[in-house]
Design a protein around this ligand. Sequence first.
Ligand SMILES: C[S@@+](CC[C@H](N)C(=O)[O-])C[C@H]1O[C@@H](n2cnc3c(N)ncnc32)[C@H](O)[C@@H]1O
Length: 299
Amino acid sequence: MESTLRPTRARLLVLGLLAFVAGLAVFSGGLIVWPSKMLESDAEDVAQAAQPPSEPAAQADQPAATAEPEVYVQRRRDMVEYQLRARDITDPRVLEVMGRVPRHRFVSEEQQRRAYEDHPLPIGHDQTISQPYIVALMTQLAAPKPGDRALDIGTGSGYQAAILAELCKEVYSIEIVQPLAETAKKRLAQLGYRNITVRSGDGYRGWPEHAPFDVIVLAAAPNHVPQPLIDQLAPGGRLVLPVGGYPQQLTLITKQADGTVRRRTIAPVMFVPMTGEAQRQRKGPADEKRSNPGQDNNL
Ligand SMILES: C[S@@+](CC[C@H](N)C(=O)[O-])C[C@H]1O[C@@H](n2cnc3c(N)ncnc32)[C@H](O)[C@@H]1O
């Protein structure tokens, strides 16, 4: 009896461990690392209403208004109240736009009923759409203004680009996984965004043709701050990114009017790693300090 039970228990333990690691891999893209109030979706399934036809956009740059199932409107309202306002999201423009952009339109049909839950979701190609709170926090830290030009690195589903596009004049977005870039581009066009330009490529070197940027948001983690992104910040500009290994540190970098940069560590987070040149150029802490002189750490 003993001898038959032991291997079964061991197998269960191994299976449990594998399930935990798999879960962590799926849900680690764009997540704050602190105990958070989980909002489970209601048990009832959301009927997959056919996508309503778009109405003509009021202005060339604004997305078309669409009717949507009331259940999503309610879930978005709850998301803003219990995941954002109940924490530390206080910027009224950020709260307003998070309460308006239809996050469920940025995920697959199977994931739509989970779109307003308090965690990242898979979007294919081993990538994720970030937790709503992380998107709101990064946006609040980036402090976008109506006349600003923004660079969004790691387009993924296009959701962060859409949030920025509602708050800035123009958004340039780069995604290294080509099929994700193509899908996001189509999705954003269908939703009526005219002020977002998406391209497929490595965002490590930014987008010099459109620099300088008032806002840069990077949603994948390098182990050091890419110098080209600091170079492409406008005076007064804000760069928000996760930096380091697991967990990474969400970091805000601001460029002063005289060109010096300040660096502030915000919170531990878990993002997918930045691939491409970021991985080829991995640096130790001493190298990074040398390449970013004049910064104040942990302000
Ligand atoms: C957490 S997801 C971003 C979520 C996205 N902002 C959204 O709203 O759905 C990170 C994304 O960064 C992309 N990525 C990773 N390394 C990159 C790089 N070097 N350049 C551009 N994109 C990169 C990944 O392919 C992935 O789609």
